[in-house]
Design a binder for this molecule. Structure first.
Ligand code: ADP
Ligand code: ZN
Ligand code: ZN
Length: 820
């Protein structure tokens, strides 16, 4: 028998391994260890079994089977294949993204000392660094190269290791590291044989007259209930027993020695135990109930439904009612949100209702936590609701009944880098279909593509056009910043209307949100004298000044350098900073509204794991009055006391060179506006711009999605952009600028011979060099109905026909299907 396995590598196909005699239980979805290349071992997933020996190479056997039962389910493998075909990537790319790192140990190179080598012979001739390295390895027996580097602090340790390997003093030992460590706790139970209730008396006898031992025994019975469902002594966590009984570990030890208790280790899942009581669902309002009913109705004939509900209309409440129904029917639910900050707020809301049936899964979780969720979903057939960001589509669901994609228009559902460059919303729809489940897309500002499908009848559509309990949509004022500056009404970046409204809100103990789509302190640094600007050495972008760290930083590759005191070009003391990032705005807001508490939410302030939660909790419970943030604060958050929202600079949103620019600008502005006035009091939104006549702003002011859509769909139709076509961007990366240009040109010419005028470019992207790689991009616009399998095949053929050209060979080529 042979197994086709998927390796966690960007390889075009699967690989064949033989199943050795005696290795039982290898099935589709099994996790196996295989050798690939001369030294490396990988955890691979079995994609299929067959008995066709491969031609052209010697088949290696599977080295070992890692689990007694598969960790990937068959429907998942089907989904992986769909992703690889549709998004033009390798199954290995999908595998890497799909499985938590803890489930795919990779080999690490370890070094040991060659036992046949006489160390004394060479001791005298060693350099100091070499001796140090040998000493460390000798004391550790074996150690990885990266550990040598950190432990010895020898810069460039590898240069010393290499001659030692060549002379045979050191050798490589290959060991696989199992990354996942389950949490281990000590448990206690009675040693009594099952069913032997008489034995209990013996144990009391065994305690002798010791009060404390009897107390421990009573506490144990109290906590454990004595026997479990199988009639065996139930187990209790050791720490709990000690705490509950108040006995010392010494007494417990004495009791174990006497044979009363046994103490043993057990690995457990790292779930938060949910001990609270669940609350009933709040009843739906009449319009909400109507929409809920019509969704149920439309799901009788459609697989996908779109809930178009204005901000604050109670979409989350409707989702909750639907989730309850699906759980009651015994099915699982996947609830996707575009941003981790949203899982934070929703976790509280949903936990209250669904208790421990709610699981949360996203990338800020530690690897161990993710493995735990994975295993729980894999092993349990119970109805669960899984709340997660993008990567939750990869979990091993059973009986999936409903997928909810909240804020379905969000571009953050699209993974941009690395491959697989998939859109989690569209993948979720496919996932649902594979399970025979329904998908509900929700948004106040549906994606143009989605709304088009709904109007065409491909998706069902339900609309909720009023806010809950008659709260009004906020009043939007567009503020002309040129005029504000001319009349000297602006103070820094704050216009007069925004200042006045915020002051009033503060006096009434309300809250305000300030949105700026730029992090850092100041995005422009320029020499006043000669025009010098600091640029990243690795990327084609200007550096942004960060005040907290007092550094200039590249937002693409992380490169950082100090702000030079004198201009490096003209040596004058004339380097100035301009413009506003969130860091600077938080500082100005703080000065302008003295005595009020100002917080900031952006990538820099949320790097640690719990930061989202802390900021959101502080703001929700009104320990903070004004929150400044990037797009993180625009999406779906529900804060009742926010009455003022400021968009500090809408210009960059309105002038983006891309066919989705209008869509993105409208969505972003309407969504951020939607954070205001979500309860009784009317909210006010101030959009500051130097382009107040922009049409997108008119639609936002009128909260008129439909009118915006009508305008936008016409221009898409005229220019043959999605949904009237499908776009594939083909990117080329090379460290050499001339080579990347030629490679892209060669490829484009071949493409043109097949696709003709559907090929646009090549062109350098907006940022044409990132992390020392030069970039080129070809845009391919194909029919929306074209078969992606065929397209993939054609692209592969073109690539193979050019593969020998050194400029193609030295380039990295990748595809971005349906770019967001
Ligand atoms: P959306 O997701 O449409 O923006 P939410 O679901 O967040 O709106 O609802 C807005 C606010 O109104 C929330 O605080 C929510 O708790 C409240 N709300 C909406 N519907 C109900 C309801 N049926 N009963 C009680 N509160 C509701
Ligand atoms: Zn200068
Ligand atoms: Zn850079």
């Amino acid at each position: 028998m042979f197994a086709e396995v998927i390796l966690p590598l960007p390889l075009y196909s699967t690989f064949t391994y033989s199943i050795p005699d005696g290795m039982e239980g290898v099935v589709t979805g099994s996790r196996v260890l295989v050798q690939f290349g001369r030294r490396k071992f990988y955890t691979a997933i079995v994609a299929a079994l067959h008995n066709q020996p491969p031609e052209g190479y010697d088949v290696k056997p599977i080295s070992s089977l890692l689990d007694p039962s598969p960790i990937v389910r068959f429907p998942q493998l089907k989904l992986w294949q769909w992703i690889a075909d549709y998004y033009l990537c390798s199954p290995g790319d999908v595998y890497k993204a799909a499985i938590p790192t803890g489930l795919k140990p990779e080999s690490t190179t370890f070094l040991t000392i060659n036992p046949d080598f006489d160390l004394l012979e060479i001791t005298g001739s060693l350099r100091e660094e070499e001796a140090g390295i040998i000493q460390l390895i000798a004391s550790e027996k074996k150690i990885s190269i990266s550990d040598i580097q950190t432990r010895t602090e020898i810069p460039n340790a590898a240069t010393y290791i290499k001659p030692l390997l060549e002379s045979g003093v050191l050798e490589v030992a290959e060991t696989v590291v199992e990354r996942y460590r389950p949490k281990v706790v000590k448990m206690v139970r009675l040693t009594i044989a099952p069913g032997d209730t008489d034995g209990l008396h013996q144990f009391f006898d065994l305690t002798g007259r010791s009060d404390r031992q009897q107390k421990a025994l009573m506490a144990y019975l109290d906590l454990s209930g004595f026997l479990n469902a199988e009639g065996k002594p139930a187990e209790v966590e050791r720490d709990r027993l000690l705490q509950h009984s108040g006995i010392t570990p010494g007494i417990l030890k004495a009791m174990t020695d006497k044979g009363i208790f046994e103490v043993y280790k057990k690995s457990i899942n790292r779930f938060l135990d949910f001990n609270g009581h669940t609350a009933p669902l709040p009843p739906l309002s009449e319009p909400q109930q109507k929409v809920c009913d019509s969704l149920l109705e439309l799901f009788r004939t459609k697989d996908v439904g779109l809930l178009h509900g204005v901000t604050g209309s109670g979409k989350t409440e409707i989702y909750s009612h639907l989730i309850r129904r699906v759980l009651d029917e015994g099915h699982q639910v996947l609830f996707l949100v575009p941003e981790i900050s949203l899982t934070t707020q929703l976790t509280d809301r949903l936990r209250r209702i669904f208790g421990d049936r709610l699981l949360v899964y996203h990338s800020k979780f530690s690897d161990n936590e993710r493995v735990d969720v994975w295993r729980r979903v894999l092993d349990s057939h119970e109805p669960l609701v899984i709340l997660g960001a993008r990567s939750a589509v990869f979990l091993p669901f059973h009986h999936l009944g409903l997928v909810i994609v909240d804020e379905e228009h969000e571009s953050s559902y699209k993974q941009y880098d690395p491959a697989p460059r998939y859109n989690a919303r569209d993948t979720a729809i496919v996932l649902a279909m594979m399970h025979g489940a329904k998908t509900l897309l929700g948004s106040a500002t549906p994606a143009i593509d989605t709304y088009y499908k709904a109007l065409e009848g491909k998706y069902g559509l339900a609309t909720l056009s009023e806010r809950y309990e008659g709260a009004q949509l906020p009043e939007v004022e567009v503020v002309d910043m040129k005029d504000q500056r001319k009349r000297k009404l602006a103070e820094g970046i704050l216009s007069q209307p925004l200042r006045l409204a915020t002051t009033e809100a503060m006096q009434k103990s309300r809250q305000a949100l300030m949105f700026q789509n730029r992090r850092g302190f100041a995005p422009y640094v320029v020499c006043r004298n000669c025009g010098w600007t600091p640029r990243c050495t690795n990327c084609d972008v200007a550096l942004v000044y960060h005040k907290h760290s007092d550094m200039l930083r590249c937002h693409y590759c992380g490169f950082a350098m100090p702000l030079p005191p004198l201009c490096p070009a003209c040596q004058e003391n004339s380097v100035e900073i301009y413009g506003y990032g969130t860091e600077r705005i938080a500082e100005e807001v703080h000065k302008a509204f003295e005595g009020y508490r100002v917080g900031r939410m952006d990538l820099d302030s949320t790097r640690n794991k719990d930061a989202f939660q802390e900021i959101i909790e502080d703001f929700s419970s009104h320990r903070m009055d004004i929150l400044v943030g990037t797009q993180m604060i625009t999406k779906g958050l529900d804060f009742g006391d926010v009455t003022v929202v400021g968009v500090l600079n809408a210009d960059s949103l309105l002038n983006f060179p891309d066919f989705r620019a209008n869509e993105r600008a409208f969505n972003m502005l309407e969504q951020v506006a939607g954070r205001a006035g979500r309860r009784a009091e009317m909210g006010r939104v101030y959009i500051q711009t130097t382009d107040p006549g922009n049409r997108v702003l008119d639609f936002v002011r009128a909260h008129d999605y439909k009118a915006f859509y009508d305008m936008e769909i016409e221009s898409r139709r005229r220019l043959l952009y999605p949904p009237f076509s499908r776009i594939i961007n083909i990117y080329f990366k090379n460290k050499n600028a001339a080579d990347v240009d030629t490679a892209a040109l060669l490829f484009a010419n071949s493409l043109r011979s097949i696709f003709g005028p559907r090929v646009l470019g090549p062109e350098r992207p907006f940022v044409s060099r990132v992390a020392t790689w030069y970039l080129q991009c070809i845009m391919l616009k194909i029919e929306a109905t074209a078969s992606m399998k065929k397209v993939k095949h054609i692209l592969r053929t073109i690539y193979e026909s050019l593969a020998r050209d050194p400029r193609i060979k030295s380039s990295i080529i990748y595809y971005d299907v349906d770019p967001a």
